[in-house]
Design a binder for this molecule. Structure first.
Ligand code: 1GP
Length: 248
């Protein structure tokens, strides 16, 4: 998909807030993942992210192909490493773990992936990935070997987000980590949104409608739900998406 078209689908110019679902290919058999994705689309989810900080399966390409074939909304890679690439995706969040000081995830994996992304013609959305302290250590923190931004220091998150915008990045992902004890504080989301002019994505630990609404009221352009969909299915999404128009 053309990069500009994908960007407009992910972040509509009318400012309507979006819900994306994260699919971790390790969590469910492919047929169940496809079933979840199709139901998510019918509920009004606007994009599917696929990836994970630690994947043990070796058929990522086939999983992306099957999921893409099953739905009409964008399927976007959310890579945990340079090995999570597929020409079948509509694009990739080309993330740099800006909150960390581990060169492997700041630039190393990106250099490894870049030639393949270009060869595949994948639409790459340059995205700052900021890990936020969220209780017990998450896989993202452990695997990346980085310190999250303290949740009581919104000014640090703001400074990182400003740097991302100055670098020309097109989105900032505030990440508590998949399955986090606590979602990103609404006050931190609000502070970041107020100081930058690119969309803010919030995810990690959003497991009920109240958490989701708090992130949206704080101004997140997108919220990402993974674990809650895996555990509770689409009832949660139905409740969330039926109330979301109040915020857009
Ligand atoms: C993780 O933000 C996503 O990258 C989703 O997190 O699995 O906690 O919903 P959850």
């Amino acid at each position: 998909m053309d990069k500009d078209i994908l960007y407009q689908k992910l972040f509509p110019v009318d400012g309507k807030q979006q819900v994306w679902v994260l699919i971790d290919p390790d969590t469910l058999p492919l047929d169940q993942l496809i079933d979840r994705v199709c139901k998510a689309e019918s509920e009004g989810v606007s994009a599917i992210l696929i990836g994970g900080s630690f994947l043990s399966q070796d058929n990522f390409d086939n999983t992306v192909m099957e999921i893409k074939a099953a739905c009409n909304i964008p399927v976007v890679i959310f890579p945990g490493s340079s090995r999570q690439l597929s020409k079948y995706a509509d694009g990739i969040l080309f993330t740099s773990l800006l909150s960390g000081r581990n060169p492997q995830y700041l630039i190393g994996e990106q250099v490894m992936a870049a030639p393949f992304i270009v060869k595949m013609g994948l639409a790459a959305i340059p995205t700052a990935y900021l890990l936020i302290e969220s209780g017990s250590a998450t896989s993202a923190q452990f695997v990346s070997n980085t310190q999250p931004i303290p949740r009581t220091k919104p000014q640090l998150a703001v400074a990182h987000a400003m740097a991302a915008e100055l670098f020309g990045m097109k989105a900032v992902y505030l990440e508590a980590g998949s399955g986090a004890d606590m979602a990103v504080p609404a006050s931190m989301i609000r502070a970041v949104v107020r100081h930058i002019n690119i969309p803010v994505i919030a995810g990690g630990g959003i497991r009920n409608v109240e958490d989701a609404h708090a992130a949206m009221e704080a101004g997140a352009s997108v919220i990402v739900i993974g674990t809650a969909v895996e555990q509770n299915g689409l009832d949660f999404m139905h409740e969330l998406l039926s109330g979301i128009n109040n915020f857009s």
